[in-house]
Design a protein around this ligand. Structure first.
Ligand SMILES: Cc1cc2nc3c(=O)[nH]c(=O)nc-3n(C[C@H](O)[C@H](O)[C@H](O)COP(=O)(O)OP(=O)(O)OC[C@H]3O[C@@H](n4cnc5c(N)ncnc54)[C@H](O)[C@@H]3O)c2cc1C
Length: 585
């Protein structure tokens, strides 16, 4: 009889060791890795996607920083006030201040590493409007800002020879007496397990917009992996009900459903029309019109469609045809190509048909933004997987700023403490148990096809917990979730390039993520920011608090906490009526 250890040796390719393991190779992970390396820390980055293909490349419109190149009146305090106001004032004020103070430096860093931001003829970095921003604050590179930023970071990582492993699906964290000390993943190409041994683990796995059937992310990402990994370790979560539905996603063909139509189209002067040709935003936000906050525009579209003023595919029209074709090609090249590619439409001549799409997770793992620490010992988190920065709604352009700012700051904090930490020895028995658990739970030969179940689950979330929510429908979703939890999923067979196995892993990650979203959304009996309940349609002062999911022996419980107070330096800016200065260029 071979021993459990010799079995392990056959199915594990190797054990990789590094002081710091970064799970996620998007902007947050790479920026953190650079900081650690520059502080002489041994770091390893692992991602389940290909090297230059993390979700960050999808970011289109821009990255916010109060540089004041176009509007010198802008300041980091105004940026902070806009962020708090749009966030329904449940953001963590410390995180917001840090973001806004450090964002200009993030742009300088990216420029120094070779990012080619769009510039005016006199060399100033061009900045454009994004929804709910007082001044032009979004720096951009055409409409492929995320791609340029990610490539810039990957180039810097390559220049430093930082260890980087792609296409590894991490499915479990290693923990010893509450301390995290590594992770186990599946090398998807080779069909072997791989073990990562580290002193500190940084979770940078991005958001969870793929809980919903119409989403601006791709089918294989944003499946809540980081949430599930942290959940299994007993981490605390915050504001899970807060999910941003971007107002403008494509509606058809099927393979393009949910694909983002960047806010930059509206920033560049695009207007929204219903099927009667009315500029309906005049009814919902007469001051800011199309550049109102994302939640307001998304709900306005939802209501227009409900009222029978929608287009054939259940959306509205977005019109930029009043701008010259050369201008569109220069400022919105990706959008031009996207509509050509999917529909053969020339957006300089024809309207785009658009509707809301699940876009951004404001809620996530709770972190102490002073350090990047989660509530679990030796587990840190940065970027879209976390909560706090954006509160109840995210300003467009703030996420790219967040991943660069907090990537650097968290890297610097870890660099200060990691050397003093001792190694926790690898526990072979616990490893064997994790892999055995994986095999029993995820290698079942009979059951439902997980690819289909994943789609069904996403549809339940879109139909029951989407743009407009109510208690009765969400309770139905919870009941359906219980059924999904009990379903055996058929994912047996090869460990190598097995689509069903990957989908089964995704579903396993989605279930706790969905449950925390629904239970938190049921608990918040008001409407605030992106969370809109038709049975509680008003914002209530008593709900100005954060909702927490606190781990229990089994499952979690819901709790609330008061929002920390806003620093005095920001208060006067919050009171100011900024609508008057919010003009299109
Ligand atoms: C279409 C679109 C347009 C956007 N436009 C803008 C914009 O203009 N401005 C802006 O500020 N923001 C924008 N955003 C949001 C922004 O792109 C993201 O919030 C940001 O890039 C998140 O970065 P991240 O590093 O936190 O995560 P990600 O870039 O999502 O990276 C997550 C990483 O984790 C890895 N990972 C996940 N699970 C696992 C696992 N189990 N095992 C191993 N690795 C794993 C992934 O492979 C990936 O490498 C946009 C988003 C979309 C979808």
């Amino acid at each position: 009889m071979p021993s459990i250890y010799s079995i392990l040796e056959v199915i594990i390719i190797k054990v990789e060791q590094a002081d710091v393991l970064i799970i996620g190779s998007g902007g947050a992970g790479l920026r953190c890795a650079l900081e650690l390396f520059d502080h002489n820390v041994d770091v390893l980055v692992v991602g389940k996607c290909k090297k230059r293909d993390a979700h960050t490349i999808l970011a289109t419109g821009g990255i916010n920083a109060a540089l004041g190149t176009m509007d010198p009146q802008d300041s980091w305090q105004l940026h902070a006030a806009d962020t708090l106001r749009d966030g329904g004032q449940i953001n963590d004020p410390y995180a917001v201040v840090t973001l806004c103070k450090h964002a200009p430096r993030a742009i300088q860093e990216l420029v120094s590493w070779g990012a080619h931001f769009h510039r005016e003829q006199d060399g100033r970095i061009t900045q454009r409007f994004f929804g709910a921003a007082t001044y032009r604050r979004a720096c951009f590179i055409g409409d492929h800002t995320g791609r340029e930023i990610l490539n810039t970071l990957v180039d810097q990582v390559a220049k430093r020879n930082i260890r980087f492993k792609s296409e590894i699906y991490i499915f479990s964290l290693l923990q010893d007496r509450g301390r995290v000390y590594g992770a186990v993943g599946l090398d998807v190409r080779r069909g072997k397990f791989i073990v990562f041994h580290a002193k500190i683990v940084v979770l940078v796995t991005g958001g969870h917009s793929r809980m919903f059937s119409r989403s601006s992310s791709r089918f294989w990402e944003n499946t809540g992996d980081g949430i599930a990994l942290a959940y299994a370790c007993g981490a605390k979560f915050m504001d899970m009900e807060m999910f941003q539905f971007h107002p403008t996603g494509m509606l058809y063909p099927k393979e393009a459903e949910g694909v983002l139509v960047t806010e930059a189209v509206r920033g560049e002067g695009g207007i929204l029309l219903n099927s009667k040709g009315e500029r309906f935003m005049r009814r919902y936000d007469p001051e800011r019109l199309e550049l109102s906050a994302r939640d307001i525009v998304a709900r306005a579209i939802y209501h227009e469609v409900q009222a029978g003023r929608g287009t054939k595919h259940g959306g509205v029209w977005l019109d930029i045809t009043h701008k010259p074709k050369e201008y569109i090609l220069q400022r919105l090249p990706k959008m031009y190509a996207q509509f050509q590619h999917f529909l053969g439409i020339d957006i300089s001549r024809e309207h785009m048909e658009v509707g809301p799409t699940a876009h951004y997770s404001m809620g996530g793992v709770w972190v102490n933004h002073k350090t990047g620490e989660t509530s679990v010992n030796r587990l840190y988190a940065i970027g879209e997987v976390t909560s706090g920065v954006h509160g109840a709604n995210r300003l467009g352009g703030n996420s790219l700023a967040e991943i660069i700012v907090f990537g650097r700051l968290t890297g610097a904090t870890i660099a200060k403490c990691v050397k003093q930490l001792s190694w926790i020895p690898l526990n072979k028995l616990s490893l064997a148990t994790q892999i055995a658990k994986f095999k029993t739970k995820l290698q079942i030969k009979r059951g439902k096809n997980p690819v289909h179940i994943k789609k069904e689950l996403m549809q339940v979330m879109w139909d029951h917990v989407g743009v407009v929510r109510d208690g009765k429908t969400m309770k139905q979703a919870l009941r359906l979730l219980e059924r999904f939890k009990k379903m055996p999923l058929k994912s047996g067979g090869s460990l190598k390039m097995n689509e069903q196995l990957i989908a089964a892993l995704d579903v396993a990650n989605m279930l706790p993520t969905c449950e925390m979203i629904i239970r938190s959304a049921l608990h918040r009996k008001e409407s605030r920011g992106a969370h809109y309940r038709s049975d509680f349609p008003t914002l209530l002062a008593r709900w100005k608090k954060n909702i927490l999911c606190i781990p229990m022996q089994k499952g979690f419980r819901i709790a609330t906490r008061p929002v920390p107070s806003v620093p005095n330096e920001i208060r006067p800016f919050l009171r100011r009526n900024t609508a008057a200065v919010h003009l299109l260029e």
